[in-house]
Design a protein. Structure first.
Length: 181
């Protein structure tokens, strides 16, 4: 009897009757401040108006590969076939490049060339979009304004042995066009 009861309780977890209403996938191409890239985002529906899930993209920044990995949150409302939404993104940008820059000395009065690894930190984004749903698939367009943070040197000690690191902020406009399923 316990096994039968457990099976009945777990049966809804194995059903696929509502799967097309609870899961959404977004595959897209993007223009990331003049660079072309692509991405994939998945969302799980909550309360029929909120979608939340992971996303990953491949694009470039200053001629180098940039891979943002993020959590995506969409607040949307569907009107028959049209679904406008606003979204927010927060994540980490996988970026690591060796650079050489002239960095000011901490005491002022000069600069020193420093070779360092510029690495990505977190990023955030907010935007809006609209999806047009056909039978089981559709198309969408969106815009997201993003702010990225990177680790970069701020100053060098007078002896040249220690470097003070800070955060460099970069903003980007991201336009996407893709397929939703």
């Amino acid at each position: 009897m316990k096994k039968l009861l457990c099976c009945l309780l777990l049966l809804p977890a194995l059903g696929f009757a509502q799967i097309n209403k609870l899961l959404s996938g977004y595959v897209y191409v993007m223009a990331h401040d003049g660079s072309i890239g692509g991405g994939l985002t998945g969302n799980v529906e909550l309360f029929n108006a909120i979608g939340i899930g992971p996303g990953v993209e491949v694009t470039s920044f200053e001629g180098r590969t940039l891979m943002p990995v993020f959590a995506d949150l969409k607040v949307k409302h569907r009107f028959k076939y049209i679904e406008p939404y606003i979204n927010g993104q927060f994540g980490y940008n996988v970026y690591s490049v060796d650079r050489t820059e002239n960095v000011p000395l901490s005491t002022g009065g000069g600069q020193q060339p420093i070779t360092y690894n510029q690495s990505g930190k977190f990023f955030y984004g907010a935007g809006a979009g609209v999806a047009w749903h056909f039978n089981t698939m559709g198309v969408f367009v969106s815009y997201v304004y993003r702010g990225y943070k990177y680790r970069s040197p701020k100053s060098v000690a007078e002896d040249g042995q220690s470097v003070n690191f800070g955060t460099r902020s970069v903003n980007a406009n991201v336009f996407t066009l893709g397929v939703v399923f």
